[in-house]
Design a protein. Structure first.
Length: 169
């Protein structure tokens, strides 16, 4: 499965790592795995990836750089797939939402988590105790803001970036 993601800055990944250490029994993201999903694209294999990347690059022509703000710490009590709860850093960005919806018009949205149900976030950890997730997410965090000047094509099978595109595209 390939996706288009926003790479997160080191301070966001560090915050996620610090919070994850407070969640015994949860699986935290490994160093380098913290990203912010814009849209899952599908596909498997080199030929499919090449087609998906070309199509996305066409759709990104003219896409400006945009602002993102980490505002809160929260959790999904039930995930559509995988272990629950999902503890995450909540993201605010009107332009990110617009980009997601534009891509969802071309690439079928995954029901319940994309399209109108899209909740932009950076996953901190999955699984563990719901009570601990509640306790950790009750606290306030300092907002973190940055300008997105690059998007990456992510290969979920290998947990790595395949290529990037600079913004404005």
């Amino acid at each position: 499965m390939y996706s288009l993601n926003v790479p997160v800055p080191a301070n966001v990944a560090a915050l996620a790592g610090d919070i994850a250490r407070e969640l015994p029994g949860a699986r935290e993201r490994e160093r380098g795995e913290h990203t912010l999903g814009v849209k899952r694209l599908g596909g498997d294999g080199v030929e499919e990836y090449n087609r998906l990347e070309a199509r996305v690059r066409e759709l990104l022509v003219g896409q400006p750089a945009f602002e993102i703000r980490i505002t809160d710490l929260s959790y999904f009590p039930e995930a559509i797939t995988g272990p629950t709860p999902v503890i995450y850093l909540a993201v605010e960005s009107p332009e990110l939402r617009r980009l997601h919806l534009r891509l969802a018009e071309v690439f079928d949205p995954i029901e319940g988590i994309e399209g109108e149900g899209y909740t932009p976030h950076v996953t901190v950890a999955r699984g563990g105790s719901t009570e601990r997730a509640k306790a950790v997410t009750d606290r306030d965090i300092d907002p973190i803001e940055w300008t997105v000047t690059e998007l990456c094509f992510w290969d979920a099978r290998h947990s790595e970036t395949v290529s990037t595109v600079s913004l404005p595209a």
